[in-house]
Design a protein around this ligand. Structure first.
Ligand SMILES: C=C1C[C@]23C[C@H]1CC[C@H]2[C@]1(C)CCC[C@@](C)(C(=O)O)[C@H]1[C@@H]3C(=O)O
Ligand SMILES: O=C(O)CCC(=O)C(=O)O
Length: 336
């Protein structure tokens, strides 16, 4: 169960140490107000050694064309798995294009993020994430952490590939947001199904790159119990003082991220932050801690973060692939 997946995560991931357990802070992050504030609340100001640095270098990540692999071309498949192997031994990040995800679905996924996050706060709070839960709407995690608050709003929900007929995402969002936003649920149901399909294809390439049976990881994640996260980063008048998402390694297995056209993703490689420029035609894929374990440490799960800017909102959609909750995470025999 994804909740199991997340509860395991809570013990692994690099949360700010002062996660609030019971009292609710009264601080409310209303982006429609705070984006005009020249003095940002102290809770959003990060320590000097974690503040964003200006002019970070670009990370050289391979842009992998999946077209040949998806059409069954063996030469293109081997070439793609080789690029993936090189990237995952260095930092665990790569880009994929010609990925097979419908362009209109991608455009709708971004359009419906605007539709949701531009709603009045009271309406978004119909999906409010409750203390101790991991799904729902959260505005900068006020009430969960008391310092180093991220400058973002998020909407998170579970996706399960276990039951093909299940419309878990659509039902959840319809239940939370009501019938007038029923298309929201349909779009993200379709989007999660597309992400699950793309993840399983990438799992084949990862298996080939590691020299294990091509179907090994695809079968391991076939009935994945994953998490979809919509990130909305409002403009900030002091973008050099805060972070949209703090430094972390993904505690999950594989992340498929789609950035809009506003830059902000940064990866910590060779003791320096590097940017990954936005490319609307591409997904950013990265290995998480769980897959690093499955690769028996051959592949890296890297620290990354998101910075914000003063003039444009930024959006990203992150699909976090997780195995079913009761799966034991051990490397295949060939990697033991
Ligand atoms: C399972 C998850 C928990 C977080 C979202 C996904 C994978 C990454 C985790 C997170 C992004 C790591 C940094 C802190 C966090 C609180 C955040 O900034 O969103 C984490 C997510 C979460 O716990 O909600
Ligand atoms: O928004 C981004 O570019 C990164 C988001 C991220 O790392 C996350 O949601 O875990």
């Amino acid at each position: 169960m994804a909740i199991d997946c997340i509860s395991n995560i809570a013990s692994m991931t690099h949360y700010p140490k002062d996660e609030k357990k019971d009292e609710q802070k009264k601080l409310v992050f209303d982006a429609s107000v705070l984006k005009f504030e020249s003095q940002i609340p102290k809770e959003f100001i990060w320590p000097d050694d974690e503040k964003p640095s200006a002019n970070v270098p670009e990370l050289q990540v391979p842009l992998i064309d999946l077209g040949g692999f998806l059409s069954g071309d063996p030469v293109a498949t081997m070439e793609a798995s080789r690029f993936i192997s090189e990237a995952c031994q260095q930092h665990g990040f790569f880009l994929v294009v010609n990925h097979g995800v419908d362009a209109k679905l991608l455009a709708d996924a971004h359009k419906y993020m605007d539709n949701f996050f531009l709603l009045p706060l009271r309406q978004k709070q119909r999906a409010q994430r409750k203390v101790g839960e991991h799904c729902g709407y959260a505005s900068s995690f006020t009430g969960r952490f008391s310092t180093k608050l991220p400058w973002k709003e998020t909407l998170s929900f579970r996706y399960s590939a276990e039951n093909n007929s299940s419309k878990m995402v659509e039902d959840y969002l319809l239940n939370k947001m009501g019938n007038e936003l029923r298309l929201l649920g349909r779009v993200y149901q379709d989007y999660c199904e597309a992400m699950s399909k793309l993840s399983l294809g990438i799992m084949e390439l990862l298996a080939i790159s590691l020299g294990v049976g091509r179907a090994h990881f695809r079968e391991f994640f076939d009935k994945n119990d994953s998490i979809m996260r919509l990130n909305y980063y409002p403009p900030c008048q002091k973008p050099d003082l805060t972070l949209g998402t703090g430094p972390h390694c993904d505690p999950t297995s594989l992340t498929i991220l789609h950035q809009d056209r506003v830059g902000g993703l940064q990866v910590f490689v060779d003791n320096e932050w590097h940017s990954i420029s936005p490319n609307f035609e591409a997904f950013v894929v990265n290995i998480g801690d769980t897959f690093m374990a499955l690769s028996n440490g051959r592949y890296k799960s890297c620290l990354h973060r998101a910075v914000v800017n003063s003039h444009k909102p930024r959006k990203s959609l992150a699909f976090f692939l997780c195995p079913e909750g009761d799966k034991v995470v051990t490397p295949p025999a060939e990697l033991g």
